[in-house]
Design a protein around this ligand. Structure first.
Ligand SMILES: *Cc1c(COP(=O)(O)O)cnc(C)c1O
Length: 469
């Protein structure tokens, strides 16, 4: 699902980091697009979120901790709904899912995508209406499909012929008619600043459009008439900034829609264009606002439907990262600061400063997994020291255990300082591990000057409880 996100492996950034980072910045400034909207630096210099001082949060909940600005997340939900008033907005739960977040997105009128039994169980236990749940996944088990059908989920996005067979058998056995979408692999792979419109059939998700499998899947479902085919689905990747990938994808999937109409006389009523809308992790990222995206997508779909003489289907989209990613920052405490020479003629001035924090790849694997870039700031105080290019690393036994590859921090950063890393709401807690038996951090939601724990910190007892040997 985010396999497309992987860029080239960690490139050689040189002694001084990437070119755009060579100009020192004001180490106390908060670039608004990187931070939840209720984060500020107070007069005393410490960060506050919705009026709460991060030093108090650290004292109360410990570090590392994921801090969620609840109103920021809710505002992002509202922006998507306002931008796509006629579409259903499915929050992609895999970005980050817990019961409190399910309730927040439900209250804001969103739908919810899940892709495993565990995510489905979380959604249902939080009271998400089943008809507002979509069920994804390329290898749903019979048990998972049975739970989804029995719960009455609103739609199942079918991904293989084997799944169609299983679901058809299940529907006959249960005497129900599940609503399904066919996931189409349109041959577009979207990257951060580009898209490639060929040769990306070679991946595990969906039915190939070019190879004819997508049409065959739709025909089989229509001909057997046990499942209710509601429409086609396409998801082209993640962290996308360029709408042209969506354009190619919509054109191709609507051409299939026309082919189905011509062959079977049916106009499918729905179309899902997936998620993948990019967010800013550093000052180099410039994501589109939801309303701009919406305009582009509507124009593309209207134009294609007119060209194919199709009625415009009911649209849905599936943002995950763009809802929760920017609403969260991770709060760490600095443990050691180490300056190392870079060798080969490099003097001390050419060395790199490693700032080690009390978490790392166990709470944010994205830097190691995708070569992702992040930003950071010292959060417990402002500093008048010189900016210093630093690398924020974790406490794990891997040299690839990097949280922030390159960032200017004040030269007086020291053990005991708090460091905040923004943009960690998506694919950080949800991909967290217990590597090195480090318990996973809590998630603290802050709103109107009040904090509440929505996912507690894992304890060593939790870890030992699984160890029954
Ligand atoms: C992961 C995924 C999404 C969400 O992607 P984001 O980049 O978080 O917006 C949406 N739809 C499908 C099918 C996915 O697999």
């Amino acid at each position: 699902m985010r396999a497309h996100e992987a860029g080239a492996l960690h490139g050689d950034l040189g002694n001084r980091g990437p070119a755009w980072l060579r100009t020192p910045v004001d180490v106390n400034a908060l670039v608004p697009q990187l931070w939840p909207r209720n984060v500020a630096r107070a007069d005393g210099g410490a960060l506050t979120v919705a009026g709460l001082d991060v030093r108090e949060l650290a004292a109360e909940y410990g570090t590392p901790a994921y801090v969620l600005d609840e109103d920021d997340l809710r505002e992002r939900c509202r922006e998507f709904r306002a931008a796509f008033p006629d579409a259903d907005v499915y929050y992609a739960g895999k970005a980050f899912l817990c019961r409190a977040v399910v309730r927040m997105i439900a209250e804001e009128g969103l739908f919810l995508d899940v892709c495993t039994g565990g995510e489905l169980a979380t959604a249902l236990s939080a009271g998400m209406p089943p008809e507002r749940i979509g069920f994804h996944g390329n290898n749903k088990s019979v048990a998972e499909l049975t739970r989804a059908v029995d719960a009455g989920v609103g739609r199942i996005i079918v991904d293989s012929f084997a799944e169609i067979d299983r679901l058809t058998a299940l529907a006959r056995e249960r005497g129900v008619r599940p609503r399904v979408l066919v996931r189409v692999t349109v041959g577009v792979e979207a990257h951060t600043h580009e898209f490639i419109a060929t040769a990306h059939e070679d991946q595990k998700f969906g039915f190939s459009l070019a190879g004819g499998a997508a049409a065959a899947a739709a025909f089989r479902i229509l001909d057997e008439d046990v499942l209710e085919l509601r429409g086609l689905h396409s998801h082209i990747g993640s962290q996308i900034f360029d709408a042209s990938g969506f354009e190619v994808s919509a054109r191709r999937v609507l051409a299939l829609q026309a082919q189905i109409r011509d062959a079977r006389g049916v106009e499918l009523p729905e179309l899902d264009l997936g998620g993948g809308f990019g967010i800013a992790y550093t000052t180099q990222d410039d994501p589109a606002a939801p309303q701009d995206l919406a305009k582009r997508l509507a124009k593309i779909v209207d134009g294609e439907c007119a060209a194919e003489q199709l009625r415009v289907p009911h649209l849905s989209i599936e943002p995950g990262r763009a809802i929760v990613g920017p609403a969260v920052f991770t709060l760490y405490e600095v443990g050691t600061v180490k300056s190392v020479p870079l060798g080969a003629g490099g003097g001390a001035a050419d060395g790199r400063v490693y700032v080690s924090v009390d978490g790392g790849m166990s709470d944010n694997i994205r830097t190691a997994l995708y070569d992702a870039s992040y930003s950071a700031t010292v959060a417990n105080r402002a500093s008048s020291a010189e900016p210093m290019l630093a690398r924020v690393v974790g406490k794990h036994c891997e040299s690839g255990d990097i949280v922030v590859k390159d960032e200017f921090l004040p030269a007086d950063v020291q053990p005991g300082d708090l460091v905040a890393v923004p943009g960690t709401g998506a694919y950080c807690r949800s991909m967290a591990s217990n590597y090195n038996h480090v318990p996973r951090p809590p998630v603290v939601a802050v709103r109107d000057g009040r904090a509440r724990l929505i996912v507690r910190r894992e304890t060593e007892d939790d870890l030992l409880a699984l160890d029954v040997g």
